[in-house]
Design a binder for this molecule. Sequence first.
Ligand code: SIN
Ligand code: MN
Length: 241
Amino acid sequence: MSRGVPYASDGLFPRPRAVVAPGAVHVPGWLSEVRQRELVEACREWARGPVPLRHSVLPGGAVMSVRTVSLGWHWVPYRYVRTADDVNGARVAAFPPWLAELGRAAVADAYGDAEAGAAYAPDSALVNFYDGAARMGMHQDKDERSGAPVVSLSLGDTCLFRFGNTEDRGRPYTDVELASGDLFVFGGPSRYAFHGVTKVFEGTAGPASGMRAGRLNLTLRETGLGGTGSRGTRSGEWGGA
Ligand code: SIN
Ligand code: MN
């Protein structure tokens, strides 16, 4: 079969660790199957509340096709707030210490740098659920006041993840298949690179992932907002860097 058209790899070929751009590292199969199932179970719990999984609405009124639940801080396009006043007014679930520990291990392994791992202190996560039709347009993660790396963990169906440049949504970019258990870290010179999800390959998750259908992605972030903040940030105010 030709690779001219993107499709989900069939597992016949090894998927080596890849530095996609400086500071952007893909580590296939980083999560064990046991860990994947634990994370899927945790996501199911978070999806129930206190703020349930829901479609975010962009400032112009467009509804995002992914469904999202936040931890630590509630993300509403394009800022972090303490209470989900756009949903039910509740405070989102706490960001658990074990997830911060997983984030530290992720940074240490992706960069081969124990010190960078130890210094990582994520306080928020966005959990995104994609059904087969969901996509995410090219965007930058720039609502955080911290320039610390973003740690991305994928579960369930494989997707095509487009990782671009820091200038605009167009080329050059690299298309990467993110499968269940894969880790992707972007920081340093790639921290503000545009990225998005162009396709989900329905039915590609093995049963071992614990997902019956669809794809979950967790991104761990340092908001830089501190422990007591009640203000939101807007990308414009912080210049995105
Ligand atoms: C995101 O950019 O927030 C999510 C990326 C992904 O789903 O892999
Ligand atoms: Mn993003």
